[in-house]
Design a protein around this ligand. Structure first.
Ligand code: 7TS
Length: 411
């Protein structure tokens, strides 16, 4: 049995006061905090092994290379990729999706082809496809969903058709907390000769991801949302697709031979990793994966679902408060967006911050979703495994206090 309240001790940043109150950090969808084990791995690397990878024959270069490639193998196991050559290190989800738009999109999407996304996508999974559609004369199409955020799969069967070249969907929405049916969408994509791309930014930190079981062709995620450092992320792709794709950055590290007027590339995965990579970031991401794996992704998921079961009904019972996304615990992950009647979400987030409770307010980089739901913005509390029921209680009491304050202020 994992004692989750003991895990909290691994996160030094959580033990501080904000506005004279103990911090309650509920902005985990934006970025998560880092355990000592990850911070130690970063420091250890720079104090003991720091060297450039893949070029030196000296001992430190060898050690750095072994650790960097070891981190790639950890990622492979974490997402159950077939081989570590299918794991490309990036800066994060945004970079992975932009690479796909440029590398896969420019080569394989033609005029008149269709690219299918949904109304709930993060801007990172919208703009690269708008740009690709513009470059190629392709058409961008949106899957719609119901009020609770469930994609309309009957409509999806029409929208995804033989014109579709790419389907790119978030595994978990960063606003609605809903889990999307990737398997079914992948089947529709494949039946129509399209590739399935998954934006895994909000799923990889919280649940077991198996890219082979999902049957996606590409899967992008960010280290900083899963206890790793900023500036490191992963793009997974199936080997036959990556083999056919051209790199989008050129320079050192990614070449085999450079002649005067042409060059050849290294094999996978290195042909995509031009320049000195984020070696320390990759190694620290490996440490984050070790940490998460030791806790167990199933345990993390279960623990978070228990927290949602505790907090969702409490939120729903606050008069004047609307929670968006699925209304039942089973379908709602630990991302909870809401509005309190008569209080702008920014004022709400500021009032909660006065009580030491950190939540995000705004459009959450999902402006088309806000438009679709006819909302200017929402407040969002997003939980991770180091949050507790006591944190949930603090959120609820701060919300009650804010409500009272604004009610009385209005009189
Ligand atoms: N996709 C989704 C679903 C996300 O939630 C985010 C970041 C990204 C892509 C981009 O990730 P990045 O690491 O490349 O920036 N989401 C959020 C958020 O909800 N609040 O701040 C960042």
């Amino acid at each position: 049995m994992i004692n989750f309240s003991e895990l909290r001790e691994d996160f030094p940043i959580l033990f501080q006061e904000v506005n004279d109150e103990p911090l309650v950090y509920l902005d985990n969808a934006a970025t998560t905090q880092k355990p000592k084990q990850v911070l130690d791995a970063l420091r250890y690397y720079y104090e003991n092994d720091n060297a450039n990878v893949h070029r030196g024959v000296h001992t430190l270069a060898e050690r750095a290379t072994v650790k960097y490639e070891g981190a790639r193998e950890k990622v492979r196991a974490f997402i159950n990729a077939n081989e570590s050559a299918e794991v490309l290190f990036t800066r994060g989800t945004t970079t992975g999706l932009n690479w796909l738009s440029r590398s896969y999109g420019d080569a394989f999407v033609n005029e008149g082809d269709e690219i299918v996304i949904s109304f709930m996508e993060h801007h990172s999974n919208i703009i690269p496809w708008q740009q690709l559609a513009d470059r190629k004369g392709a058409k961008l199409r949106y899957l719609s969903m119901n009020q609770e955020g469930f994609i309309d799969m009957e409509e999806a069967k029409q929208v995804i058709n033989d014109k579709t070249a790419i389907v790119s969907i978030a595994h978990v929405s960063n606003v609605l907390g809903v889990v999307n049916p990737i398997n079914e969408l992948a089947k529709l994509a494949h039946d129509n000769g399209a590739v399935m791309i998954v934006d895994g930014a909000q799923s990889s930190p919280h649940m077991k991801v198996d890219v082979q079981a999902l049957d996606c062709d590409f899967f992008a995620f960010s280290g900083h949302k899963m206890c790793g450092p900023t500036g490191i992320g992963v793009l997974y792709g199936k080997r036959p697709l990556l083999e056919q794709m051209e790199p989008i950055e050129f320079g050192g590290e990614m070449i085999d031979f450079v002649n005067l007027y042409d060059s050849t590339w290294k094999e996978l995965p290195w042909k995509f990793e031009a320049g000195t990579p984020n070696i320390a970031g990759a190694i620290a991401l490996g440490a984050a994966i070790d940490y998460l794996t030791a806790v167990g992704m199933e345990n993390i998921h279960q623990y978070e679902q228990n927290l949602v079961a505790y907090v969702l009904p409490k939120l729903q019972s606050i008069d004047g408060l609307t929670v968006y996304g699925p209304q039942d615990v089973e379908n709602h992950t630990g991302v909870l967006s809401f509005n309190l009647e008569g209080v702008h979400p920014h004022d709400l987030a500021t009032a909660l911050d006065m009580e030491g409770v950190a939540v995000r307010a705004g459009h959450h980089c999902a402006q088309p979703l806000m438009k679709y739901l006819d909302l200017p913005a929402t407040a969002r509390a997003s939980f991770y495994f180091y949050n507790t029921k006591a944190d949930a209680d603090r959120l609820i009491s701060a919300l009650e206090a804010t409500k009272e304050f604004f009610k009385n202020g209005a009189i």
